[in-house]
Design a protein around this ligand. Structure first.
Ligand code: NG6
Ligand code: CA
Length: 522
């Protein structure tokens, strides 16, 4: 009953809940139970990449249906404009920029979140949830970088930070090892092909993409991006790899593999409350979608990968519906960072982009301090409690998932363990569409600097970083002087008002300084 009181405080109604539909019967519960929590994190999916966010070039009907049945955020933010720091903060409620070691992780990185650190999965597990992580990880596995033995159990791992079950890509599709990790062991391990990984030295007799372009039957790297080392499945990667045999993944089956695992997990949790994180590989490079989607968007593999992402969402929702779980599942769909078009492979994303704008009306993209770096899609769907078909401009940050979910499942008087999620605040009311304002400000991190927005003004701290990522053709927002933009009159961040509005610049700078000073260390 403790959750009932939480919901009453929030002004929500208690109703009869229809529980899991087993093979033969429908169970009616007359007290509310905690919702399942399903967090779908797309990779590099931009604010403008979904039709419910105004895209017209291709359609994402499954995501759009979620938006129609739930709440769509127009001002939601990832913590950082790249994956590792973004996901680190999402899971821990600790700003990645407080740590020097949360940059884009190599595939052989040691586990960045240490077992003693609290995560969202730990918190939900304590609240009685069965927890799972499926898909893209990119938070390191094992004790120390480069010391893992991939032929045995790799530990520590997700199990040590709250996940009962995991089925993961260690890093990204473009980095070795190119195998699935099933509960911290290589899935379908092939004993005839032991696995060795190095990010320093090539293995003798293992052909590299840079020397053997004729072996790159599926994708070739874009000039100067690298991605020309180990060849797996006709695609060259970052890093060196030997072995793997029949355990090596096939890129065209990454989406269906992780979708099948997610469907299985949901079905297996029919009688328990669950938390499932699904990190899709779509729409990260290398983009080599399933045959069912290749060539279907007319925008090249990037567009096809968006269709594939939408399919994954559709399969997950269908499973929830079929199992009678959709009504009481809090489904959150978002992206880890802003979009990028050419991120390393000649997949025609640039040539076929046409008038599609993955970044919406915002400037920059992945890697950037400009707004498109972290302003991401966010849809919240929970038929039992979230009103359908609403849009909210509440300012929301991934940093607050921990505290908001803790509030939901543990109630107001729950005390976090010491040092848990120190930067996370409870914005459950905004997350559920009951508070139209949300946060007072959001801090955004790029690999070079920090910025802060109050939803109208955006202040970017001076930085010595490059102005452009010339490889990806992204404006990074780095400049030696302060920048201040006003979204009300200049959504594309073209007019720097720092010298006209010094008092506003100082006000936002002071917020950043104060946050930096708090400086929680773990
Ligand atoms: C970059 C890679 C890019 C991508 C990114 C990580 C180069 C030149 N580019 O360093 O291809 O892998 O890292 O993307 O190596 S993320 O979405 O996982 O952060
Ligand atoms: Ca990403």
């Amino acid at each position: 009953m403790k959750n009932f009181s939480v919901w009453c405080e929030l002004g929500l109604s208690a109703a009869t809940l229809t529980g899991c539909v087993g093979s033969s019967q429908r169970v009616s519960l007359d007290v509310p139970q905690q919702p399942n929590v399903l967090l779908i994190v797309a990779d590099d999916l931009g604010y403008g990449d979904l039709s419910c966010y105004g895209m017209t070039r291709i359609q994402t009907p499954n995501v759009d249906a979620l938006a129609r049945g739930g709440l769509l955020f127009t001002n939601a933010h990832a913590v950082a404009s790249t994956s590792t720091p973004s996901r680190y903060s999402l899971f821990t409620g600790h700003y990645s920029w407080r740590r020097p070691d949360t940059g884009i992780a190599p595939g052989n990185a040691g586990m960045i979140i240490r077992p003693e650190q609290e995560t969202m999965a730990d918190m939900l597990k304590r609240a009685g949830y069965v927890t799972g992580a499926i898909g893209k990880w990119h938070l390191g596995l094992g004790d120390r970088t480069g010391t893992q033995d991939w032929n045995t159990e790799v530990t520590p791992g997700p199990r040590d930070i709250g996940f009962d079950y995991s089925y993961l890509m260690a890093a990204t599709g473009d980095r070795v090892p190119c195998v699935w990790m099933d509960n911290q062991r290589v899935a379908n391990y092939d004993p005839s092909a032991p696995i060795f990984i190095s990010y320093q030295t090539p293995f003798e007799d293992e052909p590299l993409g840079r020397d053997h372009p004729e072996m790159l039957t599926k994708l070739r790297p874009s000039p100067n991006h690298g991605h020309d080392q180990a060849i797996v499945n006709g695609i060259s990667r970052i890093g060196y790899m030997k072995g793997g045999g029949t355990a090596l993944w096939e890129d065209e089956h990454i989406a269906d593999t992780l979708t099948a695992r997610a469907v299985e997990f949901i079905r297996s949790c029919c009688d328990t409350t669950f938390f499932l994180y699904v990190g899709t590989n779509d729409v990260h490079v290398p983009r080599y979608p399933n045959q069912a989607f290749r060539g279907k968007s007319g925008m090249g593999y990037r567009g096809d990968a968006i269709l594939q992402f939408d399919w994954t969402v559709g399969q997950i929702v269908k499973t929830l519906r079929d199992e009678g779980l959709l009504e009481n599942t809090l489904l959150i769909l978002t992206s880890d960072n802003g979009p990028v078009v050419d991120d390393g492979y000649a997949d025609q994303a640039v040539e076929l982009l046409g008038d599609h704008r993955p970044w919406g009306d915002f400037r920059g993209g992945k890697y950037s301090s400009f707004e498109a770096g972290t302003r991401v899609p966010l849809i919240v769907h929970w038929p039992y409690h979230v009103r359908a078909g609403k849009t909210t401009s509440a300012l929301f940050s991934h940093i607050d998932f921990y505290a908001s979910l803790a509030r939901l499942v543990q109630g107001k008087h729950f005390k976090h363990p010491d040092a848990a999620a120190p930067d996370s605040h409870d914005h459950l009311r905004a997350l559920l569409g009951l508070d139209r304002r949300g946060r007072d400000y959001v801090i955004e991190a790029s690999p070079w600097t920090l910025s802060v927005t109050d939803g109208i003004w955006h202040y970017i701290q001076p930085s010595k970083g490059p102005a452009m990522n010339r490889l990806t053709n992204t404006e990074l927002g780095n400049a030696p002087a302060e920048q201040l933009y006003n979204f009300n009159i200049d959504i594309g961040e073209q007019y720097n008002l720092a010298s006209q509005r010094p008092e506003k610049a100082s006000e936002l700078k002071a917020i950043l300084e104060k946050e930096k000073f708090r400086g929680y260390k773990l």
